[in-house]
Each structure stands twice: as C-alpha cells, then as structure tokens.
Design a protein around this ligand. Structure first.
Ligand code: KIV
Length: 263
C-alpha cells in the first residue's frame, strides 16, 4: 500500500472508492491492520472501554492517548494515523491547541474531536496551525451521560437536519474529514452527498466514504454485547490477519455494512 494521506482519502471520495478504518492501540496490531491494507488507523478513546475496562471513554487522559499513539505510530506502516482528543480537550481553545500539539508530537497525522457546530472556532484555530481535523458527529460517546446512553442519533427530521448543518459548518471551519456514529443510513448518505470531504461512518450505513470499527468488535471480543453495526470478521477466518483482510475487502467491495448492520 502507498502511504495514505488526506489527499488519498479525498481521491477515494472523488473516485467513489470506499476505504477502511480500524482502531488500533499498539504497534503489533497496527502492523497487522496496515499489512491487511486498512487505510486509516484510529487511536480511539474507546481504549478506555476495551483496554482499561471503564464503562465509558470519559476517564481516558491525554497521557493515555499519547502513550498508545506512540505505540501505534511505530507499527502503522503506510496507514494514516488518526487520534482522538480526549474528554474535555475542548474545554477551551487554548487547551484544544495544547492537547492537539501533544497528539501530533506523539505521531498523530489527523486529530478527531467530538462536538457540534460550536466547535467551529476551535477547529478553525487548529487547521490554521496545520493540524488536520476530523469532526465526530452523531453519537458522540464523550456526551453519553447527556444523551442518556449509547443511542442512535438523527432519527427524526429535525435532528437529522441539525447534524447535516453541523457537518457543513465544521467543514467550512476547516474540518478535513467528518465521522458519523450511529445515525440512520439515509442520513449517512445525505451527509456524504452534501460534503466534498470524506465522511467515515460507524453504524452510519453503506453510503458514506469510509467505514470504521473498533478492533475488538472485528475480532468478536464483545463479551456478549454486540452493537447492531458490528460484524465479527474472525468468525470463519483462519487467523487475525485474515480477519483484518476480510474486513478490509468487505468494505472495499461494499459488502460491509449489510442491511442488518444499519439503522
Ligand atoms: O474511540 C473510538 O474508537 C471511536 C470510534 C468508535 C469511531 O471514536
């Protein structure tokens, strides 16, 4: 695989070619995912749940994320490395810039931030300083207590048009990528069609530009709690390397997500 950059993702979007993304938390699994062809690796704050055993992503610190970013950066190969800004990095613009700086120094090539249209100012300041941003909309796990649980967002017309407008505003402010989590497939398609930047989906239907899953979910390590949008790619595969390859190929071939994975 040639080194994946933001321009690669934009070219995929223009060509209508989907791309695959997967979370990674250490060098060995990052190397395996990259060797399988997965174009984008995310050091997600989901590490708070799948590695540390917390009930949410909120306890994850900047130091935790920087540590895992340094690990993944050593194994990422040609994949693009996206990294999450942790809970409360968006408490002020100053903190946002300082925290994003720490992530970039640790190896991030794209930082992901949760927040709605009000994040436009912060995103503008980040992009002015050369930090590429992915804006995470829809189900934003850092606001899980406000949302009242991990629930599908944008189900009614008013919510859906707000998410679409927020995405437009954040792209205008400089976001290079939008990530949509747990929204109806129709909204995933509408956001992707409305924007020139790549839209990555998790539980956002088949008609977005890229798909992302949490690595533990792809390997069936869900402890009996499997969200609808997840598929266990290790089931029926010879080993973890083939599971990653099957996931990548299913995304590229538009076999994943299938209807049963969508809202
Ligand atoms: O933290 C994470 O793993 C994420 C994905 C669910 C997209 O944000």
């Amino acid at each position: 695989m040639k080194t994946v950059t933001l321009s690669t993702l934009q070219a995929f979007k223009r060509a209508g070619e989907p791309f695959s993304c997967l979370t990674a938390y250490d060098a060995s699994f990052a190397r395996a995912a990259s060797a399988a062809g997965i174009e984008v690796l995310l050091v997600g704050d989901s590490l708070g749940m799948v590695l540390q055993g917390h009930a949410s992503t909120l306890p994850v610190t900047l130091d935790d994320i920087c540590y895992h970013t340094r690990c993944v950066a050593r194994g990422k190969g040609a994949s693009l490395l996206m990294v999450d800004l942790p809970f409360m990095s968006n408490a002020s613009t100053e903190r946002l810039l300082t925290d994003a700086g720490a992530l970039m120094r640790a190896g991030a090539e794209l930082v992901k931030v949760e927040g709605e249209a009000w994040m436009a100012g912060g995103i503008r300041e980040l992009t002015r300083r050369g930090v590429p941003v992915c804006a995470h909309l829809g189900l934003t796990p850092q606001t899980v207590y406000q949302l009242g649980g991990y629930k599908v967002q944008g189900r009614n017309a008013e919510q859906a048009s707000r998410i679409l407008e927020d995405a437009r505003t954040l792209v205008e402010a400089g976001a290079s990528v939008i990530l949509l989590e747990c929204v109806p497939a129709s909204l995933g398609r509408a956001v992707s069609e409305a924007l020139e930047v790549p839209v990555i989906g998790i539980g956002a239907g088949p008609d977005v530009d890229g798909q992302i899953l949490v690595m533990h979910d792809v390997l069936g390590v869900t402890h009996g709690r499997t969200p609808r949008f997840v598929k266990d790619f290790l089931a029926g595969a010879d080993d973890i390397h083939s599971a990653f390859r099957h996931y990548h190929e299913a995304v590229k071939g538009r076999q994943f997500p299938a209807e049963e994975h969508c809202f």
